[in-house]
Structure formats: structure tokens, C-alpha cells
Design a protein around this ligand. Structure first.
Ligand SMILES: Nc1ncnc2c1ncn2[C@@H]1O[C@H](COP(=O)(O)OP(=O)(O)OP(=O)(O)O)[C@@H](O)[C@H]1O
Ligand SMILES: [Mg+2]
Length: 429
């Protein structure tokens, strides 16, 4: 038995007889107070955020209850006890991310759950989902870099193509495309999922010549928030656009960023590991969590998508531009990454992009390596040459370098980057 604590309960249970039973049972316990009975999720959230309770007892089928709502309740400091209706699937309840799920009508376990005594192992209780990392067939590579367009999207796209083994002659496939020429993926290649999580200036859609359609990543996030994101659904939102490469397209307008909440994306990235050997995420440039908003647990965070990807990542590719301003931002960016609002435990690969003598002087590569070693403590930067001919051709055609400029020096550098990523995280499947 745990020590007795004062517990204040907010009850938002749908069925009137179940609500009455819960209130009666809980009200009879010492040091348990039923503070409020609430009919709707919005009232529950408001009460929770006003500090009116320490535990929420909530029906699994309360309208609007999703993973994000449970995360908000927990963010407001409440234990979340979900009362399970027999008609709801255990999987959906587990996806909600509650602290504990108790079968409706099971008074004994309800009391134990509210007190935080832990469930009776014999009881029909659905465990909350395991933390990220318990089941990782695929790897996540977050491509991040400071502001100033250093080449995050270019790196993410080319890295995805290289990891998938897209060859020079590889034509592309499917529905979202303006130009489609169906062909199977190269033999022996890995499946790669390219996700556009830039909430400031998403560009994967136009860079790959895709139709500006419904954003796949937002649709996947929505499904995840509702507890409905299985691998089949995720695959439905991520069409194959190159042999072996699926794409979760980004938001079509920057103002749609609230459609990519971190609590849902955490689940999306977890599912991505089941769908693809590699998930490459194009992140936005800004890392701050808005501290004022952190007190308002209802407010989504603008940079939540980037932080979610960085936290989930097995490898973080940090991209900086090879000019005096870009290198300075890169050094500061590496510091920012160390101090990010979430832990980012992944291995880092620093990429310096568009290396050219015109911007840093003679022996450009050596200059860049020197500067990074001296000011950023980075001794093993990966260098990508400036290649306007190759990248402009790719931009114009909406293709990757392997398709339209196979001999490009930048392509060779991105292929070498893929090798380096493979060394850090051996091929997962
Ligand atoms: N190695 C390179 N050589 C020549 N041009 C490049 C190279 N890498 C990227 N570019 C070009 O630089 C521009 C910016 O690249 P990109 O869109 O990848 O940057 P970003 O960091 O994603 O920018 P944003 O801030 O818009 O997200 C693009 O026009 C791209 O084609
Ligand atoms: Mg970009």
C-alpha cells in the first residue's frame, strides 16, 4: 500500500449511472475529494488547467477525447484515469496515453487508480502505451539546421533517395504526381519515408513536383491524435513517389502549423518505424519552446513538430551553409541543439553545404573544416560542394539528382552522407 495522499478528482464520465457510481465510490474514500463533475471535455480541460484537480477520471468515449487532450491533462499535472467502455477497443484506449485504464464498474480498481496505488494485476486493466523506443524496427533521421536556407530540404530529399538506393535510371510512380511512370523499386533497396515537418516553409511537395494536395503528415497526425493510426492508415497517407520512397507531405500554409502537434507526431514517428526502414524528417529551423505558452498547456507549440522529430531521432543531420554567416549560425545552432527544450540524445552528423571558394576563400573545404573545428568543436564535418547546375536542374524538373544529374558532385556527397548514416544506425530491417 502506498502512503495516503490528498487527491482531488475531476470526473467527466459519460454514462449517468457510471458517473453516479464513480462519484459515490470515490466520495466515500478518505482523503479523496470529488471536486467537480464535468459534462464536456472543454470544461474538464478548463478545470484541469485552472488547477482544480490532481486526478481526472474520464470516459474513454468522451466526445473529443484524444491523445492531445490526454497530454494536456497530464501537462496540467493530472493523473489521467480512463474508464473503459466495453465497446471501445483496448488498442484505442492504449493509444490515448492515459496513466491507467480501468474497466467500467470496477470500483476497487477505480479507487486504486485514483489513489495511484497501481492496478490489481488480476484486473482487466489496459496498460498505458510503452514509451517511445520500445519497438524500433525502423530508424528516424531528423534533418535540422539553423535559419537562412542552408539546404535542409535538399539534404533530406537527397538523403532519402540515397538511402532508398534510387538509381540514375530510376523513374517514378503514382498518384500525387503530375508526371507518373510506374516502375518497381530497385531490388534490395530499403524503404524510406520522407516526412516534411517544417512548420515555417514546407517545400518537399513542390521540390518533388507533387500536387499541392492534402498534407499527408497532418492527416497522419490527426489519425494518431484520435487513436486510429495503424500502419495501413499511415501508408495511405504516404504515397510512393520514387522507387522505395514514400512521402508524408507538409502543411500547405505556414498558418496550419497547429495541425502538427508534438503529442500526435510522437505517435506518427513511432508508426513510421513500422512502415519504413528509414524515416527522414525535414525539420523547421527554430528550436525554442515558447515558455509563456508552456504554462498554457492547451496551446500547441509552433516548433513542436521539429522538437518531436529531434527527440525521436536516432541520427540528427545538422546542416549549415558554407559561408561566413552560415558557419557562424551553424556553430550557434549546435549550441542551441544541446540546450533544446527536449532531450536530443541522437548522434549528430554535421553537414556543411554549398562549399565554394567564392564564399570562404581558396582551399574552401580546408577553410570550412578549420573554422568548424576551431569554433564549433566539430572535427568530422561532412562537406557537400556547391553544385548550382545539378540542384537547379533538379529544382526545375521536380526530380532528385539521381534522376536528372546523376554525375553531380553534390549527389556523390549525399550518397556518402547516406553511408555515414548507415554506419551510425545499421540498416534496421
Ligand atoms: N549543394 C548545393 N549546391 C547548389 N545549390 C544548392 C545546394 N544545396 C541547396 N541548394 C539550393 O539552395 C536553395 C535552398 O535549399 P533548401 O530549400 O534545401 O534549403 P532549406 O534549408 O530547406 O531552406 P528553407 O529555409 O526554405 O526550408 C535551393 O534553391 C537549393 O536548390
Ligand atoms: Mg526547407
Amino acid at each position: 500500500m502506498s502512503e495516503e495522499r490528498n487527491v482531488t478528482v475531476l470526473v467527466a464520465v459519460q454514462a449517468p449511472e457510471e458517473e453516479a457510481a464513480a462519484v459515490t465510490v470515490l466520495g466515500a474514500q478518505s482523503q479523496v475529494t470529488v471536486a467537480r463533475r464535468l459534462a464536456e471535455l472543454t470544461e474538464l480541460l478548463a478545470a484541469a488547467e485552472a488547477g482544480a484537480g490532481t486526478v481526472a477520471v474520464v470516459s474513454g468515449d468522451l466526445p473529443g477525447l484524444d491523445r492531445d487532450a490526454v497530454a494536456r491533462l497530464r501537462g496540467a499535472g493530472l493523473r489521467v484515469v480512463v474508464v473503459q467502455d466495453a465497446a471501445l477497443s483496448a488498442a484505442r484506449l492504449a493509444w490515448l496515453g492515459a496513466d491507467v485504464v480501468v474497466a467500467g464498474g470496477d470500483a476497487e480498481n477505480l479507487v486504486a487508480a485514483v489513489r495511484g496505488d497501481g492496478p490489481d494485476p488480476a484486473a482487466p486493466v489496459v496498460p498505458a502505451p510503452a514509451d517511445r523506443g520500445s519497438d524500433r524496427p525502423g530508424a528516424i533521421v531528423a534533418v535540422w539546421g539553423p535559419a537562412g536556407s542552408p539546404g535542409r530540404t535538399t539534404t533530406a530529399i537527397e538523403l532519402a533517395a540515397a538511402l532508398a538506393g534510387v538509381g540514375a535510371a530510376a523513374p517514378r510512380r503514382t498518384g500525387l504526381l503530375r508526371r507518373s511512370r510506374p516502375v518497381p523499386p530497385p531490388h534490395g533497396s530499403s524503404t524510406v519515408l520522407l516526412a516534411d515537418a517544417d512548420t515555417y516553409a514546407s517545400s518537399v511537395t513542390s521540390r518533388l513536383g507533387l500536387l499541392d494536395d492534402a498534407p499527408g503528415l497532418a492527416a497522419a497526425a490527426r489519425a494518431a491524435g484520435q487513436g486510429n493510426l495503424d500502419v495501413v492508415t499511415l501508408a495511405g497517407h504516404s504515397p510512393v513517389v520514387l522507387p522505395g520512397v514514400r512521402v508524408l507531405t507538409g502543411i500547405t500554409r505556414a498558418s496550419r502549423w497547429p495541425e502538427l502537434p508534438a503529442s500526435s507526431l510522437d505517435l506518427v514517428f513511432q508508426r513510421c518505424r513500422e512502415l519504413a526502414a528509414w524515416t527522414v524528417v525535414d525539420c523547421g529551423p527554430v528550436l525554442e519552446a515558447d515558455e509563456l505558452l508552456m504554462y498554457d498547456t492547451r496551446a500547441p507549440q509552433r516548433n513542436g513538430a521539429t522538437l518531436s522529430a529531434l527527440q525521436a531521432a536516432d541520427v540528427v543531420v545538422v546542416v549549415g551553409a558554407a559561408d561566413p554567416v552560415g558557419l557562424q549560425r551553424l556553430v550557434r545552432g549546435l549550441e542551441d541543439l544541446r540546450d533544446a527544450a527536449v532531450p536530443v540524445p541522437a548522434a549528430r552528423v554535421v553537414v556543411v553545404n554549398r562549399v565554394r571558394a567564392a564564399a570562404v576563400g581558396r582551399r574552401a573545404e580546408a577553410q570550412v573544416r578549420d573554422a568548424l573545428a576551431r569554433y564549433g568543436g566539430v572535427g568530422d564535418a561532412h562537406v557537400v560542394p556547391d553544385d548550382p547546375a545539378g540542384l537547379d536542374a533538379a529544382l526545375l524538373a521536380g526530380r532528385v539528382l539521381a534522376e536528372c544529374a546523376p554525375a553531380s558532385p553534390a549527389r556523390a556527397a549525399f550518397e556518402a552522407l547516406a553511408d555515414r548514416v548507415r554506419e551510425l544506425v545499421p540498416a534496421p530491417v
